[in-house]
Design a binder for this molecule. Structure first.
Ligand code: NAD
Ligand code: IPM
Ligand code: MN
Length: 353
């Protein structure tokens, strides 16, 4: 029987609430499809910081490395500690483990009411591939003359030929498995170095994928088109910061962040990949038992695909689809179920004969 070693890192706020349901879905899938899970509980987050004075242990990357995959909930509790401190380990994991391909599907499921009038499930079904290892997220910069009238901050983005090219090729290959359409997000009209490099590499690479219909859009126009014409998009390749912004938008037009899943993939499998919802720790609803666990559960289904259990992954996805199509949901979807109640519905459908 195959066994997978998973690091389960629930984090803060609603992170533990939704991660518990994702683990239940994984366990239901394991029982049904004949594999086993060896789970390592990762207790890091704000409470760990309050107890130990550290957000994560010094050897946190070494502790995570031996796993087949990491299942993350969410981090952050801005009332207790500023986000730029709390979220640093998350960005560090993505970069240190070279998880450069961040896949974030935006799919409006039947039974879910999206906010866009006249746009249904046939119109909203794309995936944003976010460059996840460089760009604006490198920890490069400083603040100078702090507190003085002439204070300034420098925050440097680095976009490398290797980094941009590999994510573009990953996107083109993904498009070949889907509807064969790719849109690259640029902003070369204003950012004359970084995004002109993106444009040039797009022109270099696209010829190798002649079967894919490719275009590029400036980030501002793409934001408008996510709302105006979402049916245009199939695979969207974006830099780290643009991908961050566009995936909250992709999530909300697909019925809300409670449904939006994400990978942080290291395609070469040199390091563990990490699976987590797009959403954060949602302090506004934490502790109430009403967070939607679907984003976490769909992230877990992407984990199953990654470790080599595609049937189990498909089963989890179809259990979610059936549940949503039956009109069941948490309050963010207009439903009445609790986190646990919706998790029960989904786990029951995974297990059903
Ligand atoms: P958020 O995603 O936590 O919440 C945004 C809004 O969406 C809130 O109104 C929230 O209630 C709602 N929402 C989010 N997930 C939901 C769910 N599963 N079910 C129902 N409603 C849901 O974003 P925020 O409020 O800007 O950030 C809160 C904290 O999370 C901050 O500390 C932020 O830095 C952090 N954050 C962490 C991650 C991560 O760990 N990957 C991602 C984004 C934000
Ligand atoms: C996300 C989050 C993170 C990001 C933050 C919390 C560092 O918003 O995963 O989308 O910007 O990548
Ligand atoms: Mn984000």
């Amino acid at each position: 029987m195959p066994e997978y070693r998973l690091a389960v890192y629930p984090g803060d706020g609603i992170g533990p609430e939704v991660t518990a349901e994702a683990v239940r879905a994984l366990e239901a899938a394991a029982a049904r499809f004949g594999f086993s899970l060896r789970l390592t509980d990762i207790p890091w987050g704000i409470e760990h910081w309050e107890r130990t004075g550290k957000l994560v242990p010094d050897d946190f990357l070494d502790q995570l490395r031996p796993h087949d995959a990491i299942l993350l909930g969410a981090l952050g509790w801005p009332a207790k500690l500023p986000d730029h401190l709390t979220l640093a380990p998350l960005v560090k994991i993505r970069q240190s483990f070279d998880q450069y391909a961040c896949l974030r599907p935006a799919k409006l499921y039947p039974g879910v009411r999206g906010p866009l009038a006249d746009k249904g499930p046939a119109d909203i079904d794309f995936v944003v591939l976010r460059e996840n290892s460089e760009g604006e997220y490198l920890d490069l910069g400083n603040r100078f003359h702090v507190g003085r009238p002439d204070e300034f901050a420098l925050q440097t983005a680095v976009h490398t030929r290797k980094g941009v090219e590999r994510v573009l090729r990953f996107g083109f290959q993904l498009a070949q498995t889907r509807r064969k359409r790719l849109t690259m997000i640029t902003k070369s009209n204003a950012l004359r170095y970084a995004y002109v490099l993106w444009d040039d590499l797009f022109d270099e690479v696209r010829g190798d994928y002649a079967d894919v219909e490719a275009d590029k859009q400036h980030a501002d126009a793409a934001a408008m088109n996510f709302v105006r014409r979402p049916e245009h998009f199939d695979v969207v390749v974006a830099s780290n910061l643009f991908g961050d912004l566009l995936t909250d938008l992709g999530g909300v037009i697909s019925g809300g962040l409670g449904l939006a899943a994400s990978t942080n993939t290291n395609p070469e499998r040199q390091y563990p990949s990490m699976f987590e919802p797009v959403h954060g720790s949602a302090p506004d609803i934490a502790g109430q038992g009403i967070a939607n666990p679907v984003a976490a559960i769909l992230s877990a289904s992407m984990l199953l695909d990654w470790v080599g259990q595609p049937q189990a992954a498909a089963r989890v996805r179809s259990a979610v689809e059936q549940t949503l199509a039956a009109g069941l949901g948490t309050p963010d979807l207009g439903g009445k179920l609790t986190t646990r109640g919706l998790g029960d519905e989904i786990a029951g459908r995974i297990a059903a004969k």
